[in-house]
Design a protein around this ligand. Structure first.
Ligand SMILES: *Cc1c(COP(=O)(O)O)cnc(C)c1O
Length: 368
């Protein structure tokens, strides 16, 4: 018997969420972001779930090549661009679009003969201060790229620091858009600005924002980029993590549970031991009170999460038994809720799903 812990990936929800992204930005082509193993869902499942996307975006050349081996024929974008001269011929050979964010990458493209033209995304740093050319350096970088014979289309790109909070007091989206428009003035090419936050606020931004390509990630996986909940945005969970109760302990007042004896029973009660721990990707920092569903009833984590197991309060559960079904997140329990209780974001929990967790595909509502 396999361990009962299992992540069910809902390809139908992935399709639904992609359609939501399109509805938010109907004029734009969509790069579905499948970096980090498709946010923990598996690269191949990302490819299947987002088959209707216009392109797939990720980080590593080797995973771009894997997409080609798996049969993806539409565009692919490397979000951090190339790392080394040996990557350049691969761009041409496998028709991979690369981000260009620094002078070193331009040099690599200048020095290596491209035997077939490639398309690039030229990145502007509009305040994120991670990657990209400053607005006043941007036109020069563009001209230098334009002079390379093997470069075909140059898409103008930037990334928002606060698309989940448009009016951020330190750096608003409007400010970033303004810097972008200023730096890109007079330059030919399609434009790509929005991540999930930007896509979900596209209606608000539309007036100022020309987005030929959008780059949603988290929203496609049924997570919220922040601000409102995924459900408010009409997004559906794409990953449901389920397990079972593998042991039950009957406690009396004063009994403690788990490492650090952090939880002390206030009176007689039952706790259930769930086959799922931090080595599976469940957050160790999930405090007492983090929601869990047992046999369809909401209850909560008690005691400290350990490597392979965690303990939950069975008080509200009727007839709990070894074998009772547990949902850790997903269908009926938003991953963002578990994440925020644990001081993190849904992104991190999805990406941290451990390789030892069994993964299967199933429609939303049919797991467990
Ligand atoms: C990860 C990433 C995205 C997607 O961001 P989400 O917040 O998950 O939508 C978009 N663009 C770039 C450049 C990224 O690195």
């Amino acid at each position: 018997m396999p361990r009962p812990l299992c992540a069910t990936i809902h390809l139908d929800s992935m399709q639904h969420n992609l359609a939501r992204a399109r509805a938010c930005a109907p004029e734009a082509k969509v790069w579905a972001v499948v970096k980090a193993n498709a946010y923990g869902h598996g690269l191949e499942r990302g490819m299947k779930g987002f088959a209707q996307a216009d392109g797939l975006a990720l980080i590593e050349t080797e995973n771009a090549l894997r997409l080609r081996e798996l049969g993806w024929i539409k565009p692919i974008l490397l979000l951090e661009g190339i790392f080394d001269a040996s990557d350049v011929p691969l761009l041409a050979e496998h028709n991979i679009n690369s981000t260009v964010h620094c002078v070193e990458q331009i040099k690599l493209l200048e020095y290596t003969q491209l035997y077939r033209p490639i398309d690039v995304h030229l990145k502007m740093n509009t305040g994120m201060n991670r990657l990209g050319f400053k607005p006043d350096e941007y036109a020069a970088a563009y001209k230098r790229l334009r002079a390379i014979p093997g470069i075909r289309n140059i898409t103008l790109m930037t990334h928002f620091a606060n698309a989940d909070e448009l009016e951020h007091p330190r750096l608003s989206v409007a400010e970033q858009v303004e810097r972008f428009v200023g730096g890109a003035q007079g330059l030919e090419g399609e434009r790509s600005l929005s991540n999930s936050g930007g896509v979900l606020h596209q209606a608000v931004l539309q007036a100022e924002l020309q987005n030929d390509w959008v780059r949603p990630g988290i929203m496609l996986y049924g997570g919220t980029p922040g601000g409102r909940t995924a459900q408010d945005f009409g997004l559906r969970p794409t990953m449901t993590l389920t397990s079972e109760i593998i042991a039950i302990q009957n406690l009396v007042a004063g009994d403690t549970v788990g490492y650090g004896s952090r939880f002390e029973a206030p009176g007689p009660m039952q706790v259930g031991v769930v086959a799922c721990g931090y080595a599976d990707g469940y957050p160790r920092h999930a405090p007492h009170g983090t929601p869990v569903i047992v046999d369809g009833v909401r209850t909560s984590v008690v005691g400290r999460v350990s490597m392979d197991m965690m303990t939950v309060d069975l008080t509200p559960i009727r007839n709990a038994r070894v074998g009772s079904q547990v949902t850790l997140w997903g269908d009926g329990l938003p991953i963002d809720e578990v994440a925020s209780m644990s001081g993190t974001i849904g992104y991190e929990l999805m990406c941290a799903l451990a390789p030892r967790v069994r993964v299967r595909e199933g429609r939303l509502g049919t797991h467990g």
